[in-house]
Write a protein that binds this ligand. Sequence first.
Ligand SMILES: *Cc1c(COP(=O)(O)O)cnc(C)c1O
Length: 395
Amino acid sequence: MITARVHDLATALSGDDLPAYVYDLTALGAHARAVRNALPPGVELYYAAKANPAPPILRALAPHVSGYEVASGGELEHVRTAVPELPLAFGGPGKTDGELRRALKLGVERFHVESEHELRLLAELAAEQDRPADILLRVNLPLDAAATVGAALAMGGRPSPFGLDPDRVEHLLPLFTADGPLRLRGIHAHLASGLDAPTQVTVAAGIAHWARKLSDRHGSALTEVNVGGGMGVDYARPDRRFDWAAYGGGMADIAQRNPDLTLRIEPGRALTAYCGWYLTEVLDIKHSGGEAFAVLRGGTHHLRTPAAKQHDHPFRILPTEEWPRPWPRPAAREEPVTLVGQLCTPKDVLARHIPVARLRAGDRIAFALAGAYAWNISHHDFLMHPKPGFHYLDA
Ligand SMILES: *Cc1c(COP(=O)(O)O)cnc(C)c1O
């Protein structure tokens, strides 16, 4: 699963150049192109920037996406600067007056409105600036319980700070007046993360169906439905990727049943997780209470993903043969090893009790699936260890 270029770099870097994040932008481009090609032509693909907003990543995705979903004023400025040519959808709870003013000024293409107060605020600010605001109302639709079995992060259909309860949506429709600044384009729903393709299709069909019924009831022409992101990444089985072909087929059926709707999706993790690796080395191997621990350079202050998701992060051992010291090389053999970082907290664990044939101080470790929700969700300054290096491998 590790690409040849990443492997070469992992062995070429010196210990002091580690840890390092390496992103294979060519692999990212190929993956994004395959995702795009699996979707029906009319379905718009947005990238949720919060998964990984690094400018080289945003730019590598640009040829393959229709736009970006941003969820804060910071992301808004950042993404507009990195890829000014593509549209932005501005979502997320708790948008401030300042953020909304700035978004209107920047001409953000879509606002995903999370509450009644936010809608009224946006109406006031848009009128003030004499600019229109194109809106998708975010709806917290009930998820069919069966549809979300196994969803890692379900947030739809239960009490939630995200979006509007479905019955509140109706009450807001009168705020969209012919001469007002608010233009209702459609519905947005991002209901769960970690779903497989058939379940995602079921959820998307439910959202589209609900939007069409709303549209029919009110004679208002809703023309867009954004069915969110949350396409699953399987950290336990990194080779089993989200079935984009099956998903694309399901979305084609939904599009056919709803010819007047523009369908849009906004995945984050499933687009960028696979292109990134966190490379490091084993500083020490020790045994305690009969268990083996490999202490790595770096840790969860760089790669918080396993701590955040409570999983064993997938990795590969890249053995090195040099051992410059006169004393025996610390090693684990034919036993389970727990990989920890340099932080003085027992929570700094990247993978627990993983059987290895051999792991020695000085061996390199390449953590896979480190391209999304990795560096950018980590608490970099805790304990003041050095920052990792960053390498973006291009064609
Ligand atoms: C986080 C988020 C996404 C992306 O979710 P992934 O699980 O990374 O695909 C999309 N839309 C919204 C509203 C989000 O909050």
